[in-house]
Ligand binder design. Structure first.
Ligand code: TRP
Length: 325
């Protein structure tokens, strides 16, 4: 029997290469090895201000992108969190086994509280408990995530442990699988790639846009003139070369940058070509998929039906364990 895998992604708009390298690419690589479930977490997304008008379409488009990067609805389950109400139901029960003090230590909560100081709602605080419920409702054991989510998975383990100790052994303790490309910097070279900072390359960007964006991207800041030698070790674009270009190109650039044999402009043109080669098929599949959103809706419905069945079963066990049934 395959172990169960669960992961989630927020429907927060254009998915970018940071999401791709930090999570999605890894999901595709792992999906078939496990009994895999992938979820568009719409209830998590409403903990920060958002536009209700485009929300449903962002949810569908996010699901479409999961399929475009290579997750196949026949090989794994893909669904929308709010379609399976047991997630929020279990969240309530789990919120009674974890202490406030524990949630107050969550880095993402502290960061988001700073970013949204005018709206530190209770949902922002209990966000990691809903995340634990997402995982535990399916008794998933493996959770592929980016580096920034490690603390939340540790908390999920703590919640599982606390629940099991008090009510009996129902939940396995889930383990995170962090991908190699877990922390991709934005084109400004300053902060993590993030939609809200506008420093991204989206998976839907055309080769022209990719090249255009790379032209303005920050490289080794100490290399001011073409004749200056550069240092690939501090260049964000060299990091991206490692993910998108073959080892031959990487070796060549590593050498030629250091002796000023290649300039940043040519280096960027090469990167744009390699990146486009990898992203083109994804963009094309995406465009084909979103031209038939009724199919996406159908896949999500069938995913939700299968997940609801499993979630109901776990909730039944939870209800008996806590003594209400
Ligand atoms: N919090 C995750 C993120 O921002 C998304 C998420 C929600 C998730 N529930 C999850 C990830 C469960 C893994 C497992 O990336």
């Amino acid at each position: 029997m395959k172990k169960r895998l669960f992961s989630g992604i927020q429907p927060s708009g254009d998915i970018h290469i940071g999401n791709y390298l930090g999570a999605l690419k890894n999901w595709v690589a792992m999906a078939r090895q496990y009994d895999s479930i992938f979820c568009v977490v719409d209830y998590h997304a409403i903990t920060i201000p958002y536009d209700t008008a485009g929300f449903r379409s962002r949810i569908l488009h996010t699901a479409a992108m999961l399929m475009a990067v290579g997750l196949k609805p026949e090989e794994c389950k893909i669904f929308v969190q709010s379609h399976v109400p047991e997630h929020t139901e279990l969240c309530w029960v789990l919120s009674t086994v974890i202490q406030m003090g524990h949630l107050e230590r969550m880095i993402q909560y502290k960061e988001k509280s700073k970013q949204h100081a005018e709206n530190i709602n209770v949902g922002l605080f209990t966000y990691p408990v809903l995340q634990a419920a997402d995982i535990l409702i399916y008794k998933a054991e493996v959770v592929p995530v980016g580096e920034d989510q490690i603390q939340h998975i540790e908390l999920s383990r703590e919640i599982a442990r606390k629940f099991n100790t008090r009510f009996g052994p129902i939940f396995p303790e889930p383990l995170e699988k962090v991908s190699a490309g877990a922390r991709i910097m934005g084109l400004d070279g300053q902060a993590k790639m993030s939609k809200s900072l506008g420093n991204t390359i989206a998976l839907t960007d055309t080769p022209e846009i990719i090249h255009q964006k790379l032209k303005t991207a920050v490289t080794d800041v100490n290399r001011k003139r073409r004749s200056d030698t550069g240092n690939p070790d501090v260049c964000n674009l060299f990091t991206l070369h490692k993910y998108f270009s073959g080892s031959e190109t990487v070796d060549e650039i590593n050498k030629e940058c250091r002796n000023a044999g290649i300039g940043c402009i040519d280096c960027k043109t090469k990167l744009a070509a390699h990146m486009s080669a990898e992203l083109n098929p994804i963009r094309e599949r995406y465009n084909a998929i979103v031209s038939h959103t009724e199919d996406v809706v159908g896949h999500l419905e069938s995913g939700a039906n299968q997940c609801r069945e499993m979630a109901r079963q776990t909730m039944g066990e939870v209800r008996s364990a806590i003594g209400i049934r």
